[in-house]
Structures are given as C-alpha cells and as structure tokens.
Ligand binder design. Structure first.
Ligand SMILES: [Ca+2]
Length: 468
C-alpha cells in the first residue's frame, strides 16, 4: 500500500469510528453536558460571519480526516464546536432559503433548484436573517452566491435585507470569467454588473478584507459568505492543482478548489484578527448540501440531491473564542433553519413576525449541551426525521438511487442507512407519512414570470441589462 492509499484508509477508519462513537453519544445523552462554559450574551452584541461551502462532501474537511488541506476550517473546529448532526436540504436553493428565513424551503417558494431560465424567486413576504439583523442595528453584507432568484430586482440580495452584495445571483459560474454557460455574465456589486479579472474565491476574500478593514467597529455586522466553491467547474490556480496531482490525489481539481476556499476563509479570519474583532465574532461554517458522487461522503450513504444522509448531513462548525468550549462536539440533530433564531436571539433582535419559524434557538444545545430543540426535522416534502426515525418517501433518480420506494431507517442504530425497515414497521411508516402530508399542506410555490426575453441574456438581473 502506498502512502496515499494508507492515508485514505486510515482516514476512512477514523471517520467510521468517530461516527460509531457519535451514535453512542446520541443514545446516551449529550457530550457537552458537564463541560460547557456558561455563556452570557449580556454586554456587547456579537458580529456574525457565516461561511457556506457549495457541494462540499462530508468526508473532506481535514478535521473529519479528509485528505485536502483545510487548516482554517480545522482551526475553527479546534477552537469551536463541531456540529456532528447538522442537516440541510439536498440542493443549493432550498438550503439557502432555510438559512435565510428560518423556515422550511417548501414554504418559501424554493423547494426546487433554480435553473438559469427561472424567473421566480424566494417569496417576497419572507423576512430574511439579514432583515432581522438589520432591524436589530446590524450592517448586513453578503459576498458570494445567492441562488434565490436571479432575474427580477425584487428577488435580489439588496432587496432582501443586505446592505452590500458582491458576487453571483445564479447557481454556477466559471471561477475566472464569472460567466454562466460561457455566455451570461453573473458577477455583480450592489445591483450593477461587474466585469473584472480574478479567481472568484479570492475576489470574495479581497472584498471581505476591504470591508472589514474599513468597518466601523461600533456597528455590529453580519457577513454571509456563500462561496461558489468547491462546486463545479472545479477550477483553481494551476500550482495548487499540480500539488494534488503530484500527491496522486484522486480528484486534484476538487481538492485544489476546496483548499483555495479554505485559504479565503483564513484571509477573512485574519482580517478580523487584525482589527481585533475575532473575540466578539461568532463564526460558523457549513456546506449547503452533501458532496457529489466524486469525491463522495464516505462513510455516509448517498450524495447531493438525495435525502439520504450523504445528501443532507454536512460538515459544520461554530466558533466564538472564549464563549464556546474549544474542541467540543454536539451530537444532537440540528438543521440550518436554526441559524436564524439562534443568531437573532444572540443579537438581541426580534423574532416577532407573521410567518412562523421552523428553526429553533440552538444556543442552549451548542453552548450548554442541552438536548436538541427538535421533535422532528423536515428535509423537504419527501423526507422527515422524528426522533431516531427517518422516512424517505420520494427521491430523485440519482447515481443509481431509485425513486418511488419508501425507506425507513433508525438513524441512531443505522447511521449509514443500510437496513430499510419500511416493510417491517408499517405503523411507523404511516405515522411519518401523515407528518409529511401535513407539511405538504403548508407548501407555497413561487410563481414564475414568462421566460426571460431573448434568452440567454448578456447578464443576469433584469435591470442590469442596459448597464454593460
Ligand atoms: Ca450546493
């Protein structure tokens, strides 16, 4: 066995052991129960930085034993709290809606992934996390990929609570040309198209550095930083790709794209350090959905687009130096809808709003080892978990996974979803089906306008057509 293979094997074994250990903790209580620091949020309100990776696999962060260099994400885990059962939706658009509204995506008009021809957007009566923090006196900044409506102005980031936006509106860009399908410019700053040179991941880091350098330290801020990395096309500076080629890495393009994202995270953390802001900043990192088949999500089953754990259970860490116990692990199930109430509460903001939240304040679980706040977690209208039981009622055809088959798993006993108990436990299936049927009554689709005229346009953003 050569060195690379040995490393891969050892990493896989470590991950397997860790997951087994996790299921024991989940059964027995809460790892943090007697070890937490008491957290008081009295005093100065924290800043928030949320880094969102795009399609990063469960196994790829170095802190999970992955073979890509991610020292900055590892540092966040080492200095913060690892969220070991942190769930999202299986694809980009709905996860981003969950994060920004604290509500399940099917209620916000975003159950489906927005294609480039899509003229709809996240429903405009939804209050966003940026709206809520702005109401609480925060400066709100978004750097990166939106994917919640790319055409009408009312759906764009500056209209959804962000004081500043820089980045892309749609789902995919070329990292260097910032074009979709080699045709449509998708790079913008505050509602204006931007034509510039540079690698998107590093441009995002540079914009963040500039803003942090200039920021008024008396004004709290929320930075939402959803990178387009490591989503395809997997592009990175040649010297980084060559490093992984020389190591014999099975997917050097992916590895380099991920490493560069980690480098950008490090630059932004350093910018906070330089201004003396890190101690008063909550930094969170997660992926938006599971990895694709290559590199995969070993040892979880399934991939992006599937409701299996590999599609919806993602690497996630949260750090607040001096406030959260360094190097601790939370094994309670949490969902990305929880970020909204958790952050707004820490900010001293108001959660009073007409549309009810699905997210729960997860701070007592994260900081004090309290039981998880959820009786159930909904992954979309085709999958739900209540307690340890997870039902997958429908799914897309994906990498050999068959749609139209009912699956029932006990996630605590069977975290890799190997043993479908649906035929053995019809009453449990019925109970969970009834819950999904209830949630389906809450769905709100987003109406689309007629197709984008003269598709493909030269730039996304209807009002930006004449600005190029
Ligand atoms: Ca994604």
């Amino acid at each position: 066995m050569d060195q690379t293979n040995r490393h891969d094997t050892e990493a896989a074994i470590n991950r397997r052991d860790f997951l087994k250990q996790s299921s024991v903790f989940a059964a027995g209580g809460f790892l943090l129960a007697n070890k937490t620091l008491e957290v008081s949020v009295a005093g100065k309100r924290p800043n928030f930085v949320f880094f969102l990776a795009d399609d990063m696999g469960w196994a790829d962060a170095g802190y999970q034993g992955g073979d890509v260099s991610t020292p900055n994400i590892n540092r966040l885990a080492r200095e913060g709290v690892e969220l070991n059962q942190f769930y999202t939706q299986p694809v980009c658009t709905p996860t981003r809606a969950c994060l920004l509204t604290g509500r399940y995506a099917f209620k916000t008009g975003t159950e489906i992934r927005f294609a480039p021809t899509h003229t709809g957007g996240m429903l405009i009566d939804e209050r966003t996390l940026a709206d809520a923090l702005k109401d609480a006196g925060y400066r709100t900044v978004m750097l990166g990929k939106w994917h919640l409506g790319q055409w009408e102005k009312k759906f764009l980031p500056n209209q959804r609570g962000f004081d500043h936006h820089y980045g892309q509106y749609g789902g995919v860009i070329d990292y260097y040309t910032h074009l979709r399908n080699n045709t449509i410019l998708d790079w913008h700053r505050n509602g204006r198209p931007v034509v510039e040179q540079g690698y998107s991941t590093y441009l995002i880091a540079a914009e963040a550095e500039r803003l942090i350098e200039r920021c008024d330290k008396s004004e709290p801020f929320f930075f939402y930083v959803p990178f387009n990395a490591p989503h395809g096309p997997r592009q990175a500076p040649q010297e980084v790709v060559e490093k992984y080629e020389q190591q014999g890495h099975k997917n050097p393009g992916y590895a380099a794209t991920l490493e560069c994202m980690d480098t950008a995270i490090g630059r932004i953390l350093n910018a906070l350090d330089k201004r003396g802001l890190r101690e008063n900043t909550v930094v969170m990192f997660s992926s938006d959905n599971g990895g694709t088949k290559n590199p995969g999500n070993d040892p979880l089953t399934g991939h992006k687009s599937a409701y299996l754990e590999g599609g919806v259970r993602v690497p996630a860490v949260i750090s607040w130096p001096g406030r959260l116990k360094a190097g601790s692990v939370v094994n309670e199930p949490l969902h990305i809808v929880d970020v909204y109430p958790t952050f707004v509460k820490l900010a001293g903001g108001s959660l009073a709003q007409p549309l009810p939240l699905d997210g729960k304040d997860a701070w007592p679980t994260i900081a004090q080892g309290k039981p998880g706040p959820h009786e159930e977690i909904v992954y979309g209208l085709g999958a739900i978990r209540r307690g340890d039981w997870k039902l997958i009622e429908a799914d897309v055809e994906y990498y050999g996974w068959k749609a139209g088959v009912t699956h029932l798993y006990n996630i605590r006993q069977d975290p890799y979803e190997q043993n479908n108990l649906a035929d053995q436990l019809p009453e449990k299936v019925k109970e969970l089906q009834a819950r999904l049927a209830y949630h389906a009554t809450q769905a709100r689709p987003s109406p689309e306008r007629p197709p984008i005229p003269n598709y493909p346009p030269s730039v996304f953003g209807e009002d930006e057509q004449d600005m190029l």
